[in-house]
Write a protein that binds this ligand. Structure first.
Ligand SMILES: *[C@@H]1O[C@H](CO)[C@@H](O)[C@H](O)[C@H]1NC(C)=O
Ligand SMILES: *[C@@H]1O[C@H](CO)[C@@H](O)[C@H](O)[C@H]1NC(C)=O
Ligand SMILES: *[C@@H]1O[C@H](CO)[C@@H](O)[C@H](O)[C@H]1NC(C)=O
Ligand SMILES: *[C@@H]1O[C@H](CO)[C@@H](O)[C@H](O)[C@H]1NC(C)=O
Length: 377
């Protein structure tokens, strides 16, 4: 009896610590956007991701472009000036990286080792608290299996490095598809659940005007008639076996601009014929607000799927404004997720979205769930 009581006390204490100490209010910094790290209002974040390091295709060691090297080396010091407790992670890969190099790295034990060793060394020498793998995306069942092996070995190496150095272990995370299946392949869910501290769900880019000829939200929270939404992804990941407390919901600080076929037909799912601007129509939040001000655009919030959109003339933009961000963050908190992250902080407008996210997270009552199982310990 006493033993059981003690066990429960220890567990509630652990859960309490987890629930007060370790939430993730994250944001990616992407220097290609031209935004300086020193301009990040790091007070609004618990974790900042520095994106991206890459893989040398011969040695499989981490590389950082010569353009970014100095600012990556300084990133942690830079953002900690405004918030000494913000943690930084080095992100590896990203949407523009060559996924075949990741596939060949993960396929063999020596190349996995080379990657793992160099990632730990680089993280330590540049002062990062963790590493974030953005392999977009494994393409075959064996690549998925190799990802699972890589995560096992990475976790083992990170744990022994921490023991040897006496430092806190590096955090290990990955940015993954919004749902646990991508290219019709299941992620190695068990390995993810055991080895990663959390996963960043990229719950955006569901549609874009380069291939979809109807206006839409590219990052809806709900999809009443289908499976293309953030909440669907969260449900699918938890059903696949990853605990909600390991999920971090991604939110885009950018939208997509469609060209309407008819300026008078400007709702969701209105016919469109391609992007209304460069970059397949991708537009940052600050630019969207400029467009709204200059064109007197009409702003609509649709609470059914949770999105904002605005239109003026034949330009229609689906995006996340403050209402959308507030609803998504409350959803994340209420459903026991670890937190949220933004892609990417440089396109926020005077920190309006980051501030809204921080405020909405803080305003939610923290639920300490009373269920646990042996896997948790
Ligand atoms: C990158 O920066 C580090 C630290 O400032 C420096 O030691 C290293 O030589 C640089 N590497 C390259 C390839 O520029
Ligand atoms: C979408 O619209 C563009 C421009 O009118 C057209 O070239 C393209 O074929 C359309 N795509 C689809 C899938 O209908
Ligand atoms: C949101 O948009 C959908 C699709 O057009 C529509 O069915 C729904 O009624 C809208 N919800 C609100 C609250 O306007
Ligand atoms: C973020 O939210 C917390 C909790 O509501 C609040 O105490 C803090 O001041 C906010 N940070 C900023 C920079 O506004």
């Amino acid at each position: 009896m006493a033993k059981i009581f003690l066990l429960f006390s220890v567990i509630s204490l652990l859960q309490f610590n987890l629930s007060i100490g370790q939430n993730v209010q994250g944001g990616y910094w992407f220097p290609e956007s031209g935004f300086e790290a020193s301009d990040i209002n790091s007070d609004l974040f618990t974790h900042l991701f520095c994106a991206f390091a890459n893989l040398d295709p011969q040695t499989y060691q981490l590389t950082i472009s010569s353009t970014n090297n100095a600012s990556f080396a300084q990133f942690t010091n830079t953002v900690q000036l405004k918030n000494p407790s913000v943690k930084t992670l080095l992100s590896i890969g990203g949407g523009n990286a060559d996924d075949t190099v990741f596939a060949s790295m993960a396929a063999q034990s020596p190349s996995r080792n080379s990657f793992i060793d160099s990632s730990i060394k680089l993280a330590r020498s540049y002062g990062f608290s963790g590493l974030d793998l953005d392999w977009e995306y494994p393409q075959t069942p064996s690549e998925m299996a190799n990802l699972g092996l890589l995560l096992n070995e990475w976790r083992t190496a990170v744990a022994s490095e921490a023991t040897a150095s006496g430092e806190e272990a590096l955090i290990l995370t990955a940015a993954v598809s919004f749902a646990p299946t991508v290219n019709d392949l299941e992620y190695p869910v068990q390995s993810i659940n055991i080895n990663l501290d959390w996963i960043n769900l990229m719950a955006y880019d569901f549609y874009d005007p380069s291939w979809y000829n109807f206006t839409n939200s590219h990052a809806a929270l709900y999809d009443p008639s289908g499976q293309v939404s953030g909440s669907y992804g969260v449900g699918a990941w938890t059903q696949a076996g990853v605990r909600a407390a390991k999920l971090v919901l991604g939110m885009p600080f950018y939208g997509y601009a469609w060209r309407l076929v008819n300026a008078n037909n400007h709702g969701l799912l209105a016919p469109a014929n391609g992007p209304a601007s460069a970059d397949n129509g991708a537009v940052g939040y600050r630019q969207i607000n400029n467009f709204i001000a200059q064109n007197n655009a009409v702003i609509v919030y649709n609470s059914t799927i949770v999105t904002n959109y605005c239109y003026a003339g034949t330009t229609w933009i689906g995006y996340d404004d403050t209402q959308t961000i507030a609803t998504k963050v409350s959803y994340a908190k209420q459903n026991g997720l670890l937190g949220y992250f933004a892609w990417h902080v440089g396109v926020d407008d005077n920190w309006a979205l980051s501030q809204q996210a921080n405020q909405s997270w803080g305003a939610q009552y923290t639920v300490i769930r009373d269920s646990w199982n042996c896997e948790d310990i």
